[in-house]
Design a protein around this ligand. Structure first.
Ligand SMILES: Nc1nc2c(ncn2[C@@H]2O[C@H](COP(=O)(O)OP(=O)(O)O)[C@@H](O)[C@H]2O)c(=O)[nH]1
Ligand SMILES: [Mg+2]
Length: 198
């Protein structure tokens, strides 16, 4: 029987990146599997729940990600001043491969998130891989991945290519980083994989 993370151990993941890079579109790609999306009007954020199995066989765990997305066009410092990145356990940093400036902006976003949340795992996603890359975009993506020791993905919210793989990669990195700190896995007494927190 697969083991479950304690439901109170849902993992907060924040989308980060410039406006119009496709953050919300990427979430919609995951939405068929998402439990729900909730608007947080006082926080200029939405929260989408996405349950993802991580690992195989007896090591398999069901990870419940709560993925935060920005509403409007706040900048990284503005978000870092608020509650958006607070207690985040992972960051999905998104740039647009057709607009290299949005990729070169990602260090500022990642640093803002880590200032608040600490040195949490980051996955860097170059979106719009369905279109021809702009000159320099792919090199910028690679450089940021190296600088932050973060996996990079070329993905497309339009075609769906690599979207789930990138999100799953982040879930795996979060589980790996938390299991280094403590044994977070337990089996629920009723055998169900998950229960919602009332
Ligand atoms: N061609 C293409 N267009 C995309 C892709 N992802 C998003 N878009 C378009 O880019 C625009 C901005 O997307 P949105 O998800 O609202 O960006 P956000 O501001 O980062 O949340 C929309 O018109 C999307 O349809 C993609 O992978 N490929
Ligand atoms: Mg959006």
């Amino acid at each position: 029987m697969p083991v479950a993370l304690n439901p109170s151990e849902r993992r907060k993941v924040c989308l980060a990146g410039e406006p119009e890079v496709g953050k919300t579109s990427l979430l919609r790609r995951l939405a068929p599997q998402a439990a729900k999306t909730t608007a947080m009007p006082t926080m200029d954020a939405t929260v989408t729940e996405w349950e993802v199995p991580v690992g195989r066989g007896p090591d398999r765990v069901e990870v419940w990600l709560t993925i935060w997305d920005v509403v409007g066009s706040p900048g990284p410092d503005e978000l870092a001043d608020g509650a958006y990145f607070f207690a985040a356990q992972g960051v999905l940093a998104v740039g647009d491969l057709t607009r290299p400036a949005t990729i070169r902006a990602l260090p500022t976003w990642i640093e803002a998130a880590r200032r608040v949340a600490g040195s949490v795992p980051v996955v860097v996603l170059g979106n719009r891989a369905d279109l021809p890359f702009a000159p320099g975009a792919d090199e910028a993506l690679t450089a940021i991945g190296q600088a932050f020791e973060a996996p990079i993905w070329r993905a497309s919210a339009r075609s769906g290519e690599n979207v789930e793989a990138a999100a799953r990669g982040l879930a795996e990195a979060i589980v790996a980083s938390s299991s280094r700190r403590r044994p977070a896995v337990s089996e629920l007494p009723d055998g169900r994989a998950h229960r919602r927190i009332p």
